[in-house]
Design a protein around this ligand. Structure first.
Ligand code: CTP
Ligand code: CA
Length: 227
């Protein structure tokens, strides 16, 4: 259970990782969600602890479990609950990695009772969820040297969109997932990504298991985010 190699760059830091999808209630038995499994975020949390770091893992609905005592797992359901959990932990965080696939919209009204199929057509009005990553990046405690890393999932124009998110959300780095590449994306055990830094530096990672990729990403982040 103990880490096999305590890297001082990890043991002196408190990490926060978001993972999984969020579920947005339509009524007591239905929700809007997505196919995120949580695997990448859980792999990052496991890798951080095995290198000696402490991590708060805030996850939407996922069947995954954690083993390590240095992972504080907070399970949430909706984007609003995830934001609340992040806000509670943000002040004690050195490095935040936002791997969750947060639902961009939620039903404006979550019905108290199950919706009956009386109408021939049904419209559900959606409202935008708050951007948890943007909140974190723009609410860094003064003088804390906090670092913020986002993820971007794109189906086209990946580099352009990811660079846009890096700047707009004021991130230190962003991990670009390009769906459509084989073995990449939701539910798969493997991933191949690009890591883009604020400095414009870019690093590509070939297809590998999400466990291996977690170590590769963390190593690259440590080398580039801290001088
Ligand atoms: N994110 C978040 N809160 C949201 C939406 C997204 O924290 N409400 C985070 C994700 O965890 C990820 C990053 O923002 O780290 C980018 O998510 P993505 O869906 O790729 O980008 P969006 O900004 O939501 O833009 P779009 O879906 O339109 O591409
Ligand atoms: Ca989105």
């Amino acid at each position: 259970q103990d880490h096999f190699y305590a890297d001082p760059r990890f043991s002196d830091k408190q990490f926060l990782v978001t993972a999984g999808p969020t579920y947005e209630a339509i009524d007591p038995v239905r929700f809007i969600g997505n196919h995120s499994s949580g695997k990448m975020g859980f792999a990052l949390a496991e890798a951080i602890t095995s290198l000696g770091g402490k991590v708060v893992l805030i996850s939407g609905p996922s069947s995954l479990q954690v083993k390590h005592k240095n992972i504080e797992l907070i399970r949430v359901t909706s984007a609003l609950e995830m934001l609340d959990a992040v806000q509670q932990k943000w002040g004690q965080t050195d490095l935040g990695i936002f791997a969750a696939a947060v639902a961009d919209y939620r039903p404006a009204v979550a019905e108290n009772q199950k919706i009956k199929k009386t109408a021939d057509e049904l419209e559900i009005r959606l409202e935008k969820n708050p951007d948890i990553l943007s909140w974190a990046a723009s609410n860094r405690p003064a003088g804390a040297n906090q670092k913020v890393v986002g993820f971007a999932l794109e189906t086209q124009n990946g580099l352009e969109y990811a660079k846009g998110k890096l700047e707009k959300k004021k991130l230190d780095a962003i991990v670009l997932n390009e769906m459509g590449d084989p073995g990449v994306g939701f539910g798969t055990d493997t991933n191949s990504v690009k890591l883009l830094f604020k400095s414009n530096k870019m690093r590509s990672f070939e297809l590998q298991s999400k466990q291996e990729l977690a170590f590769s990403l963390l190593n690259e982040l440590m080398n580039n985010l801290y001088e």
